[in-house]
Design a protein around this ligand. Structure first.
Ligand SMILES: [Zn+2]
Length: 226
């Protein structure tokens, strides 16, 4: 049993007494992902990575995903929800501070770049409180930023029925570093009318399966190294 929400409390206590548990905390978002991907794309990806890691390592529990996070940059696109960086930071600090001794490690599995500020701030506070919050974030060499080929391929591998490839169209091109100053000013809307940063053209499930395996490998090796 790896889903914490489906486990009982006595079983969790017994398993944690036998060997301290590693709690994976999937961190997604509820934000626009262009015309062709669902709002919970980042949550689906974080959840899939966490589930994959849980199959590979012993004594792991996957917490219920946190799926309303820091998505202010996507404001103005219907369906986007956000609690913002400050509240997300507090939420992470409280989760770590209140988790019981059955959890030897707590690791955020982050699928959304906009959560990085909250994760950095929470990590610092947790360190000062002498209980670590570890962080793994989605990272793929050469990946496009948002709702492009990378995320579309991943979603075709994870939940194909939620992807409408007929509606997939290119968005803002260019490296994220160049788009970022404008985005910080006016949000994603400022640089991309359809909300896509990148180009989903050519996305396919086989590529997504390879990318997902690479993400799981990366997370497993980070967890094994620390
Ligand atoms: Zn995303």
């Amino acid at each position: 049993m790896t889903a914490l929400g489906s486990s009982t409390s006595p079983q969790t206590a017994a398993d944690g007494a036998a060997a301290p548990l590693t709690l994976l905390l999937p961190l997604g978002s509820t934000e626009q992902h262009g015309p062709h991907l669902p709002l919970d794309t980042d949550t689906q990806i974080a959840q899939a990575v966490a589930n994959g890691v849980a199959l590979r390592l012993d004594s792991v529990r996957v917490a219920p995903a946190i799926s309303i996070t820091a998505s202010a940059e996507h404001r103005g696109f219907a369906g986007t929800l956000s609690v913002g960086t400050r509240v997300l930071t507090e939420m992470l600090i409280e989760i770590v501070a209140n988790a019981g001794p059955e959890f030897g490690r707590i690791v955020a599995i982050n699928g959304h770049g906009g959560n990085a500020y909250a994760l950095r701030a929470a990590t610092e506070v947790c360190k000062a409180h002498r209980r670590a919050l570890e962080v793994w974030s989605v990272r793929l060499p050469g990946a496009d930023a948002h709702a492009g080929r990378t995320e579309t391929s991943l979603m075709l591998a994870i939940a194909e029925d939620l992807v409408d490839l007929d509606l997939a169209e290119p968005g803002a091109a260019g490296p994220i570093e160049e788009l970022l100053p404008k985005m910080i000013e006016g949000g994603v809307r400022e640089v991309s009318a359809n909300g896509v940063l990148g180009d989903p053209t050519g996305a396919n499930a086989a590529e997504g399966t390879r990318l997902l395996a690479a993400l799981i490998d990366d997370a497993v090796s980070q967890l094994a190294d620390n």
